[in-house]
Write a protein that binds this ligand. Structure first.
Ligand SMILES: NC(=O)c1ccc[n+]([C@@H]2O[C@H](COP(=O)([O-])OP(=O)(O)OC[C@H]3O[C@@H](n4cnc5c(N)ncnc54)[C@H](OP(=O)(O)O)[C@@H]3O)[C@@H](O)[C@H]2O)c1
Length: 223
């Protein structure tokens, strides 16, 4: 039977490329965007649902739709994320709150609600960033973004402990990718397709639960 992957934030960037990658490889893809629409992908195994991670109502609605349609997921990819303070040097209250609402609270509570819909033997993948690694941090920029990914990493570890023997969990650094997340990303080393293809290979592998994986170097990252 075809496996089902749910990818958040698939309207553009890495999420969009991931949706294409999974479709190409025979998966059913449930993708989310804030408008509930994604242009340029038409496929019989593709469904788009509305999700704004800063809006509790849309999180609850999404879970309710899965419940009503009795949809089971094999892989949840928490990809949606923002970085309004990327490369700035002073934390600023509004962008700090937005970042934590989306990258942390929204992602955590969505995952909690979707958890009962994930099959045993399934996988939860959090698209994190090596900017969230405490051990690697030697710079002072992007305070909210870095802290939000560190928090997501801790949630990843908590899921690992909770779901040991039941589901495989990983945090992934997708590389420096040419997306619109920040202006500087036009210079990114990877295209979204290159990143997504490597993410796909990792996700379908029999990876060790609790891995924090760097797509670019193909190696583990220190938490
Ligand atoms: N690009 C990089 O170099 C890089 C490096 C490390 C980590 N990452 C991580 O990779 C993930 C994808 O980033 P990207 O570079 O592909 O960024 P992107 O091109 O800006 O795409 C972000 C996606 O997240 C969605 N999104 C934004 N705000 C949202 C909200 N409130 N609720 C739900 N979805 C929302 C967007 O959908 P809408 O159309 O609805 O806005 C979009 O589909 C993020 O978690 C990011 O932190 C990226």
């Amino acid at each position: 039977m075809e496996k089902t992957v749910l990818i958040t934030g698939a309207s553009r960037g890495i999420g969009f490329a991931l949706a294409q990658q999974f479709l190409k490889n025979g998966f059913n893809v449930i993708a989310t965007s804030r408008t509930g629409k994604i242009e340029n992908i038409i496929h019989k195994n593709f469904e788009v649902l509305e999700l704004d991670l800063s809006n509790e109502k849309t999180i609850n609605n999404l879970a309710q739709i899965l419940q009503n349609k009795n949809i089971k997921i094999d892989i949840l990819i928490n990809n949606a994320g923002i970085g309004p303070d990327l490369y700035t040097h002073e934390p600023e209250k509004e962008s700090f709150k937005q970042t934590f609402d989306v990258n942390v609270s929204g992602t955590v509570f969505l995952t909690e609600l979707l958890s009962p819909h994930i099959n045993d033997g399934g996988k939860i993948i959090n698209i994190s960033s090596k900017m969230g690694s405490i051990n690697m941090c030697v710079l002072t920029d992007s305070v909210a973004y870095r802290m939000s990914k560190t928090a997501l990493n801790m949630y990843t570890k908590i899921l690992v402990n909770r779901l040991l023997g039941k589901q495989l969990i990983a945090a992934i650094h997708p590389g420096w990718v040419r997306t619109t997340i920040a202006k500087g990303n036009v210079n990114g080393r990877l295209s979204p397709d290159e990143s997504a293809s490597k993410i796909f290979d990792f996700v379908i592998s029999d990876f060790e639960t609790g891995t924090f994986w760097d797509i670019e170097t193909q190696s583990k990252i220190e938490w």
